[in-house]
Design a protein around this ligand. Structure first.
Ligand SMILES: Cc1ncc(COP(=O)(O)O)c(C=O)c1O
Length: 384
């Protein structure tokens, strides 16, 4: 029987019924007060989420990667130098994206799964100053949440712009645009907020606007000045025809997210993460990556000896309709990843862990039935 898949992957995340209803409701015309109010509400909420008074939050019809590309096109000129600390697939994508736009990329390299060390970044910047540091807050490929506050601090001290890919972290882990001295931060609708894919948000601070003023890389669709001009109309607009339905869904998703406040939403993510990690450990599996206490978005799990991680992902999906994420790059076949940011409840996690127990048993791994579920329940009970 066809049923909706049970998503426990790091995005797109499960979409609440309220969001489906909102995005299925009649289209608001994209020029005029209806859409203008939508933009105002969504932008105000996102500013609160970014914890910024200072920045402009621009909304673009694109996946997160478009938001990242916009940051490169709008802040730099050909040949500008940037530093990318490399510790996973998405940091690597930052590097490739910057190279594709003609920037000169320097790197500080780590084994995947490591946390980036602020002292290393400070040393690299002291040896060779650059115009900007491109950071990834939640390295979705390894589950590691990088220490953005500390990294931003050393980058600022070295006079570099701080540009953060927060696509898989905004709304799931703490973020403080103004207090941490961030210049640009990019998020996406389909991640912790659990709206549909299709909208990128880009927070742009004062220093980034200054850089934009002199940046000469070619840009058009993602030209921030045009977005700002349209956003400043009495009834704010997008310059181009936006994903209106997704925006309607995003407003509903933000309403839900803000029902209990940002702090409660972050605490929920912390608890979900702990329950997943305790559950997985109770099965005798090893967790992957540094800084597990802080890694509230994704849990990367080493496959047990003799089992291929991709086989676990394939089997749990075939047998239970449960979508986990396979390992990427050098971690392919070695780890599988459980995404737990977005619209998840305790029971979503528990049924996912139950499916994992049964899947591992079917693949020949000795499982104490109920062990993961019991450990997750304990984590949830402790948190209340
Ligand atoms: C950290 C990070 N950056 C960027 C992206 C790319 O986002 P999108 O697929 O929305 O373009 C992802 C997607 O998983 C991500 O996790």
């Amino acid at each position: 029987m066809d049923r909706p898949e049970i998503i426990l992957a790091p995005g797109p995340t499960p979409i609440p019924p309220e969001v489906y209803l909102a995005q299925g409701s009649p289209l608001v015309y994209h020029r005029g007060p209806g859409f203008g109010n939508l933009m105002k509400e969504v932008t105000a909420r996102l500013k609160e989420l970014y914890r910024t008074e200072e920045a402009d939050v621009l909304l673009m019809t694109s996946s997160g990667t478009g938001g990242l590309e916009s940051a490169i096109q709008n802040c730099f000129s050909p040949g500008d130098e940037v530093l990318v600390p490399l510790a996973g697939f998405f940091a690597d994508r930052w590097m490739k994206l910057a190279q594709a736009q003609g920037l000169s990329v320097r790197t500080v390299e780590y084994e995947w799964g490591r946390r980036v060390r602020p002292a290393d970044v400070a040393a690299a910047l002291a040896e060779h100053p650059v115009k900007a540091v491109l950071l990834t807050q939640s390295e979705t490929s390894t589950g590691v949440v990088q220490p953005i506050e500390e990294l931003a601090h050393v980058a600022r001290q070295a006079g570099a712009l701080v540009i953060v890919d927060a696509v898989s972290s905004l709304g799931a882990v703490p973020f403080a645009f103004d207090a941490w001295g961030i210049d640009v931060a990019i998020g996406g609708s389909q991640k912790a907020l659990s709206a549909s894919p299709g909208i990128a948000f880009v927070a742009v601070g004062r220093r980034a606007w200054e850089a934009h003023g002199t940046a000469s890389l070619p840009r058009f669709y993602f030209d921030w000045s045009i977005y700002r001009r349209f956003a400043e109309l009495p009834d704010p607009e997008n310059p181009w025809t936006p994903a209106v339905s997704v925006m309607q869904g995003l407003r509903a998703a933000l309403d839900l997210y803000f029902q209990d406040g940002v702090d409660a939403a972050l605490e929920r993510h912390r608890t979900l993460s702990r329950a997943v990690k305790e559950g997985v450990k109770a099965l005798g599996l090893d967790l992957f990556g540094e800084g597990l206490e802080d890694n509230w978005t994704v849990t990367a799990v080493r496959a047990p000896d003799g089992l291929d991680a991709d086989t676990i992902c394939d089997r749990i999906r075939a047998d239970f309709g449960c979508v986990l994420a396979p390992g990427q790059g050098p971690l392919k076949g070695k780890v599988f990843r459980i995404g737990h940011f977005g619209y998840f409840s305790e029971l979503d996690i528990i049924r996912g862990l139950a499916a994992l127990e049964m899947t591992l048993e079917r693949l020949g791994y000795t499982v104490e039935r109920g062990a993961a579920v019991a450990a997750a329940e304990a984590a949830f009970q402790e948190a209340t």
